[in-house]
Design a protein around this ligand. Structure first.
Ligand code: SAH
Length: 214
């Protein structure tokens, strides 16, 4: 590793720790995924800063510290089957792939799915399946899931996603109006229903029903 690359990595890890991400496995997973491969074009040089950045189709790659906090809240285990809604660049899915047995990730934009798949192939991440689909319906043919992570904001947790969560499973998602501050919520499925815990304010692009134009 060059000195510059080592310094960038240290700065990123420092940002994660100062936002309260402390789980060693999560930090290792984030360290293992080069965010520079997920940001192209004008903003590529800012890939190692702790900020969200624009990607294709008018979407954004999340801030690394938010990826860290969401991944930590999801408490992924090595045997887990995880569903992510909102592939975007594929960065969050790649981080999850280092922690889980299998990751399914859905995006409503075919172009984002195609580009993310190329990155997964380049990184030799063979335990991720990316699909162009409306994530508000989940992925019934692979349900139930141990963990579900939604990286776009809904007004309420979509009912199909709640239904596709295994008992004892955890779902983390931002809820709230798309143009206001949203709350990151952790939902745990119990034998008798669902427990809800509010984690922190966040800001995500909206979860939109139906497939996108490209
Ligand atoms: N996790 C991504 C960032 C997600 S940005 C990353 O690591 O880069 C939010 C994504 O959610 C966008 O790509 C958007 O197209 C997608 N999205 C919004 N509504 C959706 C829906 N109903 N189904 C699937 N994806 C959706």
């Amino acid at each position: 590793m060059t000195d510059a690359a080592a310094e960038r990595k240290m700065r990123l890890l420092f940002a994660l720790r100062s936002h309260g991400v402390t789980d060693a496995a999560v930090l290792r997973a984030i360290e293992a995924v080069d965010r520079g491969l997920f940001v192209t074009g004008l903003f590529a040089e800012r890939a190692y800063e702790d900020m969200p950045l624009p990607i294709a189709c008018g979407q954004t790659i999340s801030q690394p510290s938010v990826v860290g906090l969401m991944t930590e809240a999801l408490a992924v285990g090595p045997r887990d089957k995880v569903l992510e809604i909102g592939t975007g660049s594929g960065y969050q899915a790649a981080v999850l792939a280092h922690l889980a047995r299998r990751v399914y990730t859905l995006d409503r934009h075919r172009r984002l799915v195609r580009e993310a798949e190329e990155r997964f192939r380049a990184l030799d991440l063979t335990n991720i399946t990316a699909l162009a689909a409306d994530g508000t319906r989940g992925l019934p043919e692979q349900a139930p899931f141990d963990r579900i992570l939604v990286t776009a904001a809904a007004e309420d947790p979509p009912a199909p996603l709640l239904a596709q969560l295994r008992e004892g499973g955890i779902m983390v998602l931002p809820v709230g109006q798309s143009d206001a501050v949203q709350s990151l919520i952790k939902v745990t499925r119990t034998p008798s229903g669902y427990d809800y815990e509010e984690l922190r304010p966040v800001r995500f692009v909206p979860l939109v029903e139906g497939l996108g134009q490209e």
